[in-house]
Design a protein around this ligand. Structure first.
Ligand SMILES: Nc1ncnc2c1ncn2[C@@H]1O[C@H](COP(=O)(O)OP(=O)(O)OP(=O)(O)O)[C@@H](O)[C@H]1O
Ligand SMILES: [Mg+2]
Length: 358
């Protein structure tokens, strides 16, 4: 048959062109192709991908199969998946070992930033990524409430041990300050607290660190941008005009401190009555999507007002919303589109520095 026409060198050329979804670099050079066997009308290989790209594994495999099949129509193509270990580079002077650092902010308070930040963290952990969640809202930390934990972190070897809940590593000022007690921060102290959270917490190696920002001011975004290169920010807003105006300001603020805006989320988009299935656009609908298009910012999706999400948040089980079919698909959609956006950016501008290969 057409056996002889498949040359290993031709297969390797196709593989060299195929981009790793984490780094945007060629999978061949990065040694992410294993057990390549070409012969007998068959192309078989194992594609090794990192956990950073976990939500994209299946589609990446399908894309590779399709690419090989297009180049070698007669071949029987078999691609297996395996995990590729690649440690993160250390970021900034503080040396944080995270591949992507994503701040979640908004212009307005109470739009669901903390809920969305925690959901992104839990969703990506469930997908197989290594995730941390840092509550940078030192004035009104709500992450401890959302995850239902409030105990003091231990110090081991002068490092603060994050609280680990469902395999997500969490750090919050709420763990250090008794609930209900007010903390008064001056600018330099705020800077110091954020620096300490990033530098002195034993985060280990992370694929993603999500940072839940307090509402409004750019202080913390500015501090963060000075400490390490952020992958970008996610801006959460609700559909009514007042929230959108503030979201536009938040986007301008991130741009000013050189934090790329990875996308906008429209939270509390609409409400579907559980009794009659009728949809109510309580705050209007679709405004964030239009605004995102106008500002040339990706739209990561909408999340309706959902009773289960509110209850789970209040009962300290924010991650449980992924088990509820009335809200899970929306949250999974956000996680997927965020990872896809980061991957697309890396594919468009792969890092030029050599990456460590294990
Ligand atoms: N899609 C949703 N459906 C129902 N309730 C929601 C939704 N998103 C958030 N909530 C609820 O809205 C309230 C505010 O959410 P959250 O604390 O996440 O907002 P925030 O923007 O972080 O607020 P702050 O500005 O105070 O930090 C919480 O009670 C949360 O459970
Ligand atoms: Mg909050």
């Amino acid at each position: 048959m057409s056996d002889v026409s498949i040359l290993r060198a031709d297969v390797e050329r196709v593989l060299a062109d195929f981009q790793d979804p984490e780094t945007g670099r060629g999978i061949w050079k990065l040694e992410q192709v294993r057990d390549l066997a070409v012969g007998g009308g068959r192309i078989a290989l194992t594609l090794a991908l990192t956990t950073h790209a976990a939500p994209l594994w299946n589609e990446t495999r399908a894309e590779l199969v399709e690419r090989l099949q297009r180049e070698f129509p007669a071949a029987d193509v078999q691609v297996k998946l395996a995990t590729h270990e690649r440690p993160p580079e250390r970021l900034g002077e503080i040396g944080l070992a995270a591949k992507s650092v994503v701040a979640v902010g908004s212009g307005k308070g109470g739009v669901g930033k903390s809920t969305i930040a925690a959901s992104l963290a839990y969703g990506l952990r469930r997908a197989g990524c290594k995730v941390g969640l840092m509550d940078a809202d030192v004035y009104g930390p709500s992450v401890p409430h959302l995850i239902g934990v409030n105990r003091r972190p231990e110090i081991v070897n002068q490092k603060i041990q994050p609280i680990v809940v469902d395999e997500v590593k969490v750090m919050s000022m709420g763990f250090l300050v008794p609930p209900g007690e007010a903390v008064v921060w001056r600018g330099p102290m705020l800077h110091g607290a954020i620096t300490q959270f990033l530098r002195d917490t034993d985060w280990g190696e992370l694929d993603y660190l999500f940072i839940d920002l307090p509402p409004g001011t750019g202080d913390i975004a500015l501090t963060l941008s000075q400490l390490l290169p952020l992958t970008g920010a996610v801006v959460v807003c609700t559909p009514q005009d007042v929230a959108l105006i503030d979201a536009v300001k938040a986007i301008a603020m991130f741009r000013k401190v050189n934090i790329p805006v990875l996308g906008m989320v429209e939270n509390m988009s609409y409400f579907v009555c559980p009794n009659c299935d009728k949809r109510y656009d309580i705050f209007g609908s679709g405004g964030a999507k239009r605004q995102a298009a106008e500002l040339d910012v990706p739209f990561l999706g909408e999340v309706p007002i959902n009773i289960a999400m509110r209850v789970n948040g209040d009962e300290g089980r924010v991650g449980a919303s992924f088990d509820d079919p009335t809200c899970a698909p929306f949250l999974e959609g956000l996680c997927y589109r965020l990872v896809k956006e980061i991957s697309t950016r890396h594919k468009q501008a792969p890092p030029s520095v050599p990456l460590p290969i294990l």
